[in-house]
Ligand binder design. Structure first.
Ligand code: AP5
Length: 239
């Protein structure tokens, strides 16, 4: 079991594989995987006011307001299972959220230690979102390569029903990519300025992406730069 502290922010477009990789990384490092999308979907399933509010934004592929999202994350990060760190998937989603995250971590005397960035071309993102099936019960994700069994989930004795996320419909997919490019992609520069970004090709198979991911987060701990680590260019520094 590791005893290091990891503050990991996973960056990448919708469908780039953040959730798939975060599950594996959480198991390898023994720290929790915190997905703001999953937290919103859980709240919606429970019928909470937060879930109902979030749905109106998620259905359009827009971001849920920052104050709501930051309060939810703040609460989650203060849980005891985050004592050795966490993997954030889908948060922060814009610079204001990244600054709010810094402020929350400062209260705990912590900082972000690495920000792996999964790069996947838009055409591949759209194809993946169109072929994704998720288990309502255990959250397992299926795709073209590992197609969903006809009779339901069947992952580790699960019998859950499989469904397609409403925000994976074609028009919403495209808006999610637009929102990502406008609001979330600037975080690559935000974290590159701190030497925390490692760019990884998310178009490799899942196992190879995971190997690159493990290398990125462990190198992040020692502060050295990995192959593919990005430094901001002079032009980027100016913006
Ligand atoms: P969220 O749930 O975070 O969605 P997302 O960021 O769009 O990411 P996805 O979950 O769609 O994809 P992923 O990168 O996890 O890919 P996955 O591993 O599933 O957010 C949804 C909505 O919630 C937002 O639009 C917003 O409204 C709201 N929200 C969430 N966070 C917010 C925040 N911080 N602020 C405001 N609003 C927020 O993989 C995709 C598919 O590809 C799967 O089928 C998978 O099996 C397959 N796949 C994965 N890896 C590979 C591989 N290497 N090769 C082939 N196939 C692969």
């Amino acid at each position: 079991m590791n005893s290091q502290w990891y503050g990991i922010v996973l960056l990448g477009g919708p469908g780039s594989g953040k959730g798939t990789q975060a599950v594996l990384l959480a198991s390898a490092l023994n720290i929790p995987h915190i997905s703001t999308g999953d937290l919103f979907r859980y709240n919606l399933k429970q019928g909470t006011p937060l879930g109902i509010l979030a749905k109106s934004y998620m259905d359009r592929g827009e971001l849920v307001p920052d104050e709501v999202t930051v309060a939810m994350v703040r609460d989650r990060l203060s849980q005891p299972d985050c004592a050795l760190g966490f993997i954030l998937d889908g948060f922060p989603r814009n610079v204001a959220q990244a600054e709010a995250l810094d402020a929350v971590l400062a209260e705990f005397g912590r900082v972000i230690t690495s920000a792996p960035y999964l790069h996947v071309n838009d055409a591949v993102l759209l194809e993946r979102l169109s072929n994704r099936w998720t288990c309502r019960s255990c959250g397992a994700v299926f795709n073209k390569v590992t197609p969903p069994p006809r009779e339901g989930c069947k992952k580790e004795h699960c019998d859950g029903e499989l469904y397609r996320r409403p925000d994976d419909e074609p028009e919403t997919q495209k808006n999610r990519i637009r929102v990502y490019e406008k609001q979330t992609a600037p975080l690559i520069i935000f974290y590159a300025k701190r030497g925390l970004i490692s760019e990884i090709s998310g178009e490799q198979d899942v196992e190879h992406v995971q190997l690159d991911m493990l290398r990125a987060v462990n190198l992040g701990m020692s502060g050295s730069s990995s192959q593919g680590a990005m430094k901001p260019s002079a032009a980027d520094e100016e913006c």
